[in-house]
Design a protein around this ligand. Structure first.
Ligand code: NAP
Length: 376
């Protein structure tokens, strides 16, 4: 902790000194964010606070009010070359193709499946580093990368890579729980059974209708995706349903042990200092957490983390039952930031972590949430 704090203050001091000297641009890397939806708009908003980064702009595909929104936030908006004619009513900075020529790395935040097409049509021909989101794949003929990133499990593997996919929200969230459990209990654990209760839509997706049904997901990709970083033979069994809510995902997890399972307090203790995991006792539902994030003034009403619902943890015989909720839109944003630093600067995990923390203030948010939902 002491080392992290010292590095943190050095990091801040160093960046501000460079800023003062006005030689900053020599150190800054240029990023383009292709897509300005739930994920892209969040990523770019945090990147604007990053003194190591210069944001070239964002890519828009539809001429709508979000173009004005982006420009009003000081962003340059670029559109596909062949769509320039559709945007004559807007102050566009140029084509996406030209913006990529100026950039060191692109963060693709396009709808699922478009990332692969962008890789083939734009990023590979231009030989630009690229990060893809969880709606893409790392398996099969349309794979965008051979690495699915999870900072908790495989940070170092992203060093030197040109194309990497950030895991989806559920896949990222599972890593934050599974990896610390495995580190602590190793082969005492016989299996993990997880039921993912997935949200229907995001808060901002007001155009997306929520259907009054519980939808079952055949062959969910999440278990296979997690095994890409957790190990293909990991005893992990995942099923998924989708429910009509915009308020986060909930994972219901049973962990079976060889012998008597640890007590709930032993499970919670593992996560005391864990990055991006808050342990809450009195949240009745996921909306309580969003409401709290709103009260606290968190950006985008995001917590950027996993919330263990500690009052739901039980230990029965050889099995621990637990539940945790996953901030669907927020959780992958600091992960993209860590990944970007690995690919662009080749930083160590510790250095990236400290810099990400200085921008996202995850520890402060965790403490605030834990105090608000403390055990009574
Ligand atoms: N939403 C979540 O909770 C969440 C969480 C984790 C991961 N992800 C993943 O993140 C990715 C983006 O999801 P999202 O929820 O942010 O989607 P979204 O809200 O629908 O936004 C997608 C954005 O991509 C733009 N776009 C359209 N065609 C494009 C293209 N060919 N290339 C680049 N951009 C294009 C759209 O532009 P216009 O609006 O101008 O048409 C829009 O701004 C997906 O892979 C998704 O699976 C989403």
């Amino acid at each position: 902790m002491k080392i992290f704090l010292s590095v943190y203050f050095f990091d801040q001091y160093f960046l501000h000194e460079i800023n003062k000297w006005g030689k900053y641009s020599d150190f800054m890397k240029k990023i383009f964010v292709n897509g300005y939806g739930s994920i892209g708009s969040r990523i770019v908003s945090f990147l604007k606070d990053d003194l190591e980064i210069s944001v070239i702009g964002i890519g828009k595909y539809s001429p709508d009010e979000k173009v004005h929104e982006a420009i009003s936030k000081g962003l340059n908006v670029y559109v596909p070359e062949d769509k320039l004619g559709d945007f004559t009513d807007y102050e566009i900075s140029g084509s996406i193709e030209s913006a990529l020529d100026e950039s060191d790395l692109v963060i693709d935040a396009s709808p699922s499946g478009c990332g692969y097409k962008n890789k083939k049509n734009l990023y590979e021909p231009k030989n630009i580093l690229a990060i893809y989101q969880g709606g893409e794949s790392t398996i099969g003929s349309e794979s965008v990368s051979d690495l699915l990133f999870n900072s908790r499990a495989n940070y170092n593997q992203a060093l030197g890579k040109h194309h990497v996919m950030q895991g989806s929200c559920n896949v990222t969230g599972m890593g934050r729980i599974l990896e610390p459990l495995r580190n602590k209990f190793g082969d005492q654990i016989v299996r993990f059974d997880v039921t993912l209760v997935r949200r229907w839509a995001d808060i901002e997706q007001t155009e997306k209708k929520i259907t009054d049904t519980i939808e079952m997901t055949e062959k969910p990709h999440h278990g296979d995706d997690v095994k890409l970083y957790f190990g293909k033979d990991a005893p992990l069994y995942v099923r998924a349903i989708k429910v009509p809510t915009r308020q986060m995902h909930l994972h219901i997890m049973d962990i079976r042990f060889k012998d008597t399972a640890p007590k709930p307090s032993e499970i919670h203790e593992i996560f005391t200092n864990e990055f991006g995991v808050a342990t809450l006792w009195t949240a009745k539902g996921t909306k309580d957490i969003r409401d709290c994030a709103k009260t606290m003034g968190f950006h985008f009403v995001d917590t950027n983390m996993i919330h263990i619902h500690a009052n739901m943890t039980t230990s029965i015989g050889d099995t621990v039952q637990m539940m945790y909720s996953d901030d669907q839109t927020g959780i992958v944003i600091p992960e993209n930031h860590m990944l970007m630093q690995a690919m662009l600067f080749g930083k160590s995990y510790e250095d990236s972590f400290v810099h990400t923390e200085s921008i996202f203030h995850m520890n402060e948010k965790k403490q605030k949430l834990q105090e608000y939902f403390a055990k009574q």
